[in-house]
Structure formats: structure tokens, C-alpha cells
Design a protein around this ligand. Structure first.
Ligand code: 13P
Length: 287
């Protein structure tokens, strides 16, 4: 069932769990995430970065693929298609193409400009029933060409953006995209708590879900995090399983070169990763 992200995140805040946002890259990724969510009766958010959007042929191609799979595979849990780290233009294009949820990442702008642009995106989204995620304080690391320095968000600025009418708010609290360095200091829970106290029931978004220790994830959820983004961990699992297939020479056995065989171990590895995350996030049986 294709929906926006609003209700599933409000339910998550109330129920003190988080919905997983899993970035998709192709048909196998999409099918693996959708089937795992269905098997585990979990709501799910399909994240699409602008780079992945281009890679898959464009936003309309993705919407068509996701809608078709939902119908053909009988997916009846809540699913949203969400633009990840959208630019101002990208967010508009994704909305026109049928995305049900968009992130406008205005964190690179000064707060006044971030507010103005976020407001414009909200106005368009509201008319179309689309949910909006805004960001304050850049998330560290690099993702698809979008760089962030790992800032800690200002709680007052978070409150200003939250009050504009967004449905979810990403705030930098020391989290970064990709693998965490050995000297990572961990999440800033004191800042998260201040943001939570100011923003009330606003679903908070934790980017950079890969590699955050389980106890930190649980604490973040207890402080209002209701959406957790995971990308790199599925990529690592897929790459490892695929590498093992080739290293074992399986492509040279029989019809092992068939793409459906080549991609099968990676597909299963994504499914396992997604299920593990859903267990940690507490979203199983919440659909
Ligand atoms: P990771 O790649 O670190 O899991 O981060 C994903 C993310 O935050 C997508 O926006």
C-alpha cells in the first residue's frame, strides 16, 4: 500500500519504535526491501537519493517500478517512496513524478534561506498530500556527492524548522553517512534531548544508521527518533555476498552466469540486513 510517511511516523513516535528508511538502488534492492517488510509486517520507507534516482532511469521509472511491485507482489503494509537529501529542484521533480514523501536538505544554506526554501517545498507538498523531511545541521560524511561535515544541530533552529509544518525532522547529532571512524565520539544525546523537548511529538530522523551500536539506537528511539536511514550496510552485505559468489567460481558452474543466479546471494544478504534492522528498530508487526 503506497502512502506518505506521515501516519507511519506518528504511530512510531507513539509506539516508541522507528521505521526503517532503506535506500534502494535497483530492482533487486526494491524487491528485497518490500518482501522483507511484508514478511515481517513492518511499515517501510524506500529511500532514493538523487544519484540513485538518475541511476535507475529517473523518478517516474522508480514510481512505476514500486507501484507495480506493490500490486504484483501483494504488498499491503504501508510503503512510502521518499527522496533522500533532495535539492530544491530535485524535490519538486520527485513530487511531480509521484513520490509520496520528500526530504528537502537545506542544511547547506544559512538558516533563513533554509527556512524560505523549506516553506516553499511544504506548500507544494501539502497540496499533493506528500510528507516532507527537513534537515538542520549537515550530516557528516559523503553520500552520492552530498558532503556534510558532521555538525551538531542548534536545537532552537530545529524548533524553527519543525514549526514550519514538516512531518519529520533530521537533525545532525554527530551521526555520519558511511562507516564510522574508530575515533567516533558517538551520538550527542544531550542535544537530541534538547531537540526532543522543544519539538514535542515531531518524528525525528537519524541518518547514517549504518554501524551505530544497538544501545545508541535504542536510546535515540527513546528520545523521539522515529525514522532511521540505512544505506551503506545493505551495500556492504550485497557486495560481500556477491564477491563470495564469484570467488567460489559459481559463475563458471552450469548456468551460474545467469544474472538471476549471480544476484541471488546479494538479494538474500539485503533481506537479512533489513530484517535485522527492523528487529532492532522495533517495527516488526507494527504494520
Ligand atoms: P548510511 O549509509 O550510513 O547507512 O546512511 C544512510 C543515510 O543516512 C541515508 O540518508
Amino acid at each position: 500500500m503506497l502512502v506518505n510517511s506521515t501516519q507511519m511516523l506518528m504511530d512510531a513516535v507513539k509506539g516508541k519504535y522507528a521505521v526503517g528508511h532503506f535506500n534502494i538502488n535497483n530492482l533487486e534492492w526494491t524487491k528485497a526491501v518490500l518482501l522483507t517488510a511484508q514478511e515481517n509486517k513492518s511499515p517501510v520507507i524506500l529511500g532514493v537519493s538523487e544519484g540513485a534516482g538518475k541511476y535507475m532511469g529517473g523518478y517516474r521509472a522508480i514510481v512505476g517500478m514500486v507501484k507495480g511491485m506493490i500490486e504484483d507482489l501483494g504488498i499491503d503494509i504501508p510503503v512510502s517512496i521518499h527522496l533522500d537529501h533532495g535539492s530544491y529542484e530535485g524535490a519538486k521533480k520527485a513530487m511531480e513524478a509521484g513520490f509520496t514523501s520528500v526530504m528537502f536538505d537545506g542544511s547547506k544554506y544559512a538558516i533563513d534561506e533554509n527556512i524560505e526554501k523549506t516553506k516553499e517545498i511544504i506548500a507544494i507538498a501539502k497540496n499533493m498530500g506528500i510528507s516532507v523531511e527537513a534537515e538542520v545541521g549537515a550530516i557528516g560524511g559523503e553520500e552520492d556527492g552530498v558532503h556534510g561535515a558532521g555538525e551538531i544541530a542548534d536545537p532552537q533552529e530545529c524548533n524553527m524548522i519543525a514549526n514550519l509544518g514538516v512531518q519529520m525532522l533530521a537533525a545532525g547529532i554527530g551521526n555520519i553517512h558511511g562507516k564510522y571512524p574508530a575515533n567516533w565520539k558517538g551520538l550527542s544525546f544531550d542535544v537530541l534531548e534538547k531537540i526532543k523537548n522543544l519539538t514535542g511529538d515531531m518524528p525525528l530522523v537519524l541518518h547514517g544508521g549504518t554501524g551505530i551500536p544497538v544501545d545508541m539506537i535504542e536510546r535515540a528511539i527513546s528520545l523521539g527518533v522515529a525514522k532511521i536511514n540505512v544505506n551503506t550496510e545493505c551495500q556492504l552485505a550485497f557486495a560481500e555476498a556477491t564477491r563470495k559468489y564469484f570467488e567460489a567460481g559459481k559463475d563458471l558452474e552450469g548456468k551460474g552466469y545467469d544474472p538471476r543466479k549471480v544476484l541471488a546471494p546479494g538479494f538474500e544478504a539485503i533481506k537479512k540486513t533489513v530484517k535485522d534492522k527492523m528487529e532492532i528498530f522495533g517495527s516488526i508487526n507494527k504494520a
